[in-house]
Ligand binder design. Structure first.
Ligand SMILES: *Cc1c(COP(=O)(O)O)cnc(C)c1O
Length: 372
């Protein structure tokens, strides 16, 4: 069906940048720079500058970024890695794939790791923590760093949803030993397929990551470790470099849309809104998603659907309730409660203010008809 307000803008983004994107693709093809080389190196250096880190290593996607980061940081089979269940499955899958043991903790009101319950989950086998900066808002990294330092634990940031987001002036991905990013089309900076990166300030870690992503090849003749093929595709890198020029302006627009939602919806007592963007806040949120909590999640989403608005329910069954994954021993009451309430409203850079107002109007209507 064609929506009045669609959840994604992949088609519109392409149309609005058609010439630039096609020229960038053509330039790569004409030179024959198909694997790594300058398209990838150029994108890596823009990304490192933007985040304020020394190194960025382009990889195939963020799922691989997380897996390679865990390996490069020295997380070994049997090591426990603490993360959350209220995340995309890839965060936890990366831990399992390297032979690690995922330990899941609950989340707080801002959907990020509940640092109150984190310490109780630390054991003598804990090696690392993966905070997930969900919906474009960072975890409280000051507190997390303090806990991690006290217990001698590594931090690997899952910053897939937080490109450009900041905590106390420091960018997502730049605080832990490594930060992992996704350029899946629906992310803040989206490729025309899959793409990702790991960023770090640690030179040795960056070299290890470069080896791991490319079969362990140190040069044409020397293989210095086992590795994988997890390279960032050169065509994707070239397209990402084109889009990167707009990222700051896009983030500002996402914040504007979030404020518009906030102003239009804050009086509705039936729903809970995310934090509004505030200039003087410790948190600089980038609104990868605009997630509200509503008591009749399914009814509301169906009502909006009828009005041509594509609002989506993500993760209505949390990972520790997915019996196939073998994580059912965790008890995470806040995660379970949230998963029955969350609804993601459309928010992307091709959304107009009029479309946001239309969503607001329909949300109000839903609640006014029900309270009669
Ligand atoms: C999108 C996402 C990933 C996975 O990214 P891919 O690039 O699709 O592999 C991991 N973690 C979180 C929190 C995500 O949102």
């Amino acid at each position: 069906m064609s929506y009045k307000v669609a959840f994604t803008d992949f088609d519109l983004q392409f149309v609005s940048m058609h010439d630039e994107i096609m020229q960038a693709i053509q330039a790569v093809l004409v030179k024959g720079d198909l694997i790594l080389r300058s398209p990838v190196a150029d994108f890596e250096s823009s990304l490192a500058d933007f985040i304020g880190v020394r190194y960025a290593v382009g990889v195939s996607n963020c799922s691989d970024a997380l897996r390679l980061a865990l390996l490069a940081c020295g997380v070994e089979p049997g090591d426990e890695v603490i993360t959350v269940a209220h995340t995309f499955v890839a965060t936890v899958a990366a831990i399992v794939q390297i032979g690690g043991v995922p330990v899941l903790v609950d989340v707080g009101d801002d959907y990020n790791m509940d640092l109150e319950t984190l310490e109780a989950a630390i054991t003598s086998r804990t090696k690392a923590i993966i905070p997930v900066h969900l919906n474009g808002r960072m975890c409280d990294m000051a507190r997390l760093l303090e806990i991690a330092c006290r217990h001698g634990l590594l931090i690997i940031e899952d910053a897939a949803q937080a490109l450009g987001s900041k905590f106390a002036g420091r960018a997502a991905g730049s605080i832990g030993l490594a930060g992992c990013f996704s350029f899946f089309p629906g992310k803040i900076l989206g490729a025309i397929g899959d793409a990702g990166a790991v960023v770090t300030n640690d030179e040795r870690l960056a070299s290890k990551l470069r080896l791991l992503r490319d079969h362990g090849r140190a040069s044409r003749c020397e293989i210095s470790s086992w590795g994988y093929n997890c390279r960032l595709d050169a065509l994707q890198a070239a397209v990402l470099s084109v889009k990167f020029k707009h990222v700051t302006e896009w983030i500002a627009y996402r914040r504007l849309l979030a404020s518009r939602y906030h102003t239009g919806l804050r009086e509705l007592r039936e729903i809970m809104l995310p934090h509004p963007p505030a200039e003087d806040s410790k948190y600089f949120d980038v609104y990868q998603s605009y997630v509200i909590r509503a008591s009749d999640q399914r009814g509301l989403s169906a009502f909006l659907q009828e009005r041509g608005i594509e609002a989506l329910i993500y993760w209505s069954r949390p990972l520790h309730r997915q019996t196939a994954l073998g994580l059912t021993h965790f008890r995470l009451p806040k995660t379970e409660a949230l998963s029955k309430l969350v609804l993601s409203l459309p928010l992307h850079v091709n959304l107009t203010l009029e479309q946001v107002d239309y969503v607001i109007k329909n949300l109000r209507e839903f609640y006014s008809t029900r309270s009669e």
